[in-house]
Design a protein around this ligand. Structure first.
Ligand SMILES: Nc1ncnc2c1ncn2[C@@H]1O[C@H](COP(=O)(O)OP(=O)(O)O)[C@@H](O)[C@H]1O
Ligand SMILES: [Mg+2]
Length: 239
């Protein structure tokens, strides 16, 4: 029997046999503004409410803005942060995250340079869930001329390492509108255990949001596209 981790996203767990398999790394991708960050905040709030610690690594937004975004949906992370259940982190420019990133990958030193930031914070609060928002910012920050092979290696190592921490994780990826790809880099969908695509489409005259799950290992998943809404309680998937 696989242990499943409730996503916190209303309606989603019904489509994936009760939740994400424990320890999986899930890619959530979609165009800007579709709801990826809200999705990850909802996932982390679910964790906090269950008394399980979570780490949120943001590469896109200020932590203050994330907290405010969460408050719009009634998710007040403050008490959980104070209680040591939630930790937001934004690796700044010049931190180990960005420094010598080229050498880091070329010399296969990713384990020494980048991943300790994640590993330490997960260990310090004994986190069970982890979010990295967004992976595309990370891969786009790689120097030009980086080959597909190197990016693939980088992401593979990152995902392997994240999985070795024993956390259930979500990484996000920005997709250009109407993209046929599942991630910005074209690689994450292969290395992640599951993929959830959020999309904005115009249906008749109305813009609607759609969620689908092209990949979820070890899961008999619902493959249909489902409408979802962003409500005052967060993301609600219509089933
Ligand atoms: N309080 C709210 N109620 C409903 N929808 C909202 C609310 N706040 C933001 N949104 C919607 O969520 C979108 C932003 O979601 P976000 O998760 O930040 O997108 P992404 O991370 O995919 O770029 C906004 O474009 C807006 O459509
Ligand atoms: Mg975002």
């Amino acid at each position: 029997m696989i242990k499943r981790v409730p996503s916190g996203i209303t309606g989603l767990d019904n489509l994936i046999q009760g939740g994400f398999p424990d320890g999986f790394c899930i890619l959530v991708s979609g165009p800007p503004g579709v709801g990826k960050t809200i999705f990850t905040l909802q996932f982390l709030m679910e964790s906090a409410r269950r008394g399980e610690a979570g780490v949120y690594i943001t590469l896109d937004q200020r932590i203050k803005d994330l907290r405010n975004q969460a408050k719009q949906f009634g998710w007040n992370f403050h008490e959980y942060e104070m209680g040591g259940f939630v930790r937001f982190m934004r690796p700044s420019k010049g931190s180990a995250w960005n420094q010598n990133i080229t050498e880091t990958i070329k010399e296969s030193k990713i384990h020494y340079e980048i991943l300790p930031v994640i590993r330490d914070s997960v260990a310090e609060i004994d986190a069970k869930r982890l979010v990295i928002d967004s992976l595309s910012t990370l891969t786009l920050s790689l120097p030009r001329g980086f080959g597909d092979g190197e990016i693939r290696l980088f992401l593979k190592r990152l995902v392997d390492e994240v999985k070795s921490l024993g956390v259930t994780s979500i990484v996000t990826s920005d997709l250009p509108k109407n993209s046929k790809w599942l991630s910005r880099d074209g690689v994450s969908e292969f290395v992640c255990d599951g993929v959830i695509v959020l999309d904005d489409v115009v249906f008749g005259e109305d813009p609607v949001r759609i969620l689908r799950i092209p990949k979820m290992r070890e899961t008999e998943q619902d493959r249909k596209a489902h409408f979802f809404k962003i409500t005052s309680d967060g993301i609600v998937v219509e089933v």
